[in-house]
Write a protein of this length. Sequence first.
Length: 168
Amino acid sequence: MATTNLSYYDKTTIPNAKPFRFGIVVSEWNPEITNNLQQGAIDTLLDCGALKENITSWNVPGSFELVFGCKKMIKTQNLDAVIAIGNVIQGETKHFDFVCEGVTQGIVDLNIKYDVPVIFCVLTDNTKQQSIDRSGGKLGNKGIECAVAAIKMAAIKNSGSKGVSIGF
């Protein structure tokens, strides 16, 4: 949302991330955007108590490959949440639509199939400037917002049937 600062969070409403293990899968396409999102996510996880050694980060060639990268990470690492980071910018062809739909549905499918939440941190913008604004620019950093979501979802994943209060 264009009026929301994506970097704001209240640590008092977020579970301590220290007991959790996080995965981050990052698209190499548009690295000036995705690297900023990744750094925002890592900094936030650490700020909220995650241990550096409990954060695994892998790169994949593009946003379409995020789904496979996340699936492989879920199957080979012992994780509490995964953040999928990518950036797709509208062009002159329908490629944008196909990539956005495929990645979105793929991440939905991972969330249904596996017991590890996968957080959608894929910017799907009309212009590069919109992506810059959302990856550390005037609207903040979506990577920060997604790291907070990952912590909250890791807490839910690990709460069992008793539930967990995450500040709502």
